[in-house]
Design a protein around this ligand. Structure first.
Ligand code: SAM
Length: 223
């Protein structure tokens, strides 16, 4: 926790909070992954010190693929040392790759069954938020689930105290989410046991594409 706090103070714009997410929020964010027994491809964006990562790892089985994208090198080193190195050694048939990069600069294959996103969208310009959501939905297979979270009431609390540009971004984000809900199925889940309380938002991708079954490939190599 101290580790997260220290990094948050150093880079508050990209970290977006001073405390890592609680086990209750992590559980809600990753429940759909644990519920799927079959082969799966999972992407996590913005893991920080890894509260969601540690909830995903026990749900992985031989042949599964887990890609993690984090731009902060200190968080990457922490994840690697605390969680990923030992997991790979114990589970050579599961592919776990950590990409030290911004999601918008990453080159990923797509076809994910699940995407778990911890990015602080309230700190991002609207255009960046929109392009990251578009990128994540493109990376998700039809029927796959993208889960992100928002702090409860954060936009409403902030709105009166920010300048015009930020206010427009907040309003734009609201209407962007309304449009997303028209195109895909969206379910919101309130989690009070988090500081501050948060909403986990689960988007199930609609549409049709050739990879509807599962993006899970035959690849079982470990990196
Ligand atoms: C709010 S913290 C969430 C950390 C963790 N998932 C949690 O819930 O405690 C946001 C994380 O996203 C990372 N991040 C911010 N912008 C990013 C980007 N464009 N691409 C990848 N990671 C990013 C930050 O470095 C930070 O680790």
């Amino acid at each position: 926790m101290l580790h997260f706090f220290h990094e948050a103070i150093r880079s508050i714009r990209t970290t977006g909070s001073v405390l890592p997410s609680s086990p209750a929020l992590a559980s809600a964010m990753t429940r759909a992954i644990r519920a799927q027994d079959g082969c799966k491809r999972v992407l996590e964006v913005g893991p920080g010190t890894g509260p969601f990562t540690v909830a995903v790892l026990p749900a992985l089985r031989s042949g599964d693929v887990f890609d993690i994208v984090e731009l902060n090198p200190t968080f990457c080193a922490h994840l690697e040392e605390k969680h990923l190195r030992a997991f790979r050694a114990d589970h050579p048939a599961i592919t776990v790759r950590l990409h030290e990069s911004a999601i918008e600069d990453s080159a990923l294959d797509g076809g994910y069954d699940f995407i778990v996103c911890g990015l602080p969208f309230n700190n991002f310009p609207l255009t960046l938020t929109e392009s990251i959501f578009k990128q994540m939905l493109d990376l998700l297979r039809t029927g796959g689930v993208l889960t992100f979270f928002e702090y409860l009431g954060a936009r409403e609390v902030k709105r009166p105290f920010v300048g015009r540009t930020h206010r427009l971004a907040i309003d734009g984000l609201k209407s962007f989410h309304r449009n997303t809900a028209r195109m895909h199925s969206v379910r919101r889940e309130l989690i009070m046991a988090n500081i501050p309380p948060a909403c986990a938002v689960h988007i199930t991708k609609s549409g049709s594409d050739a990879r509807k079954e599962s993006g899970c490939s035959a690849s079982t190599t470990t990196t």
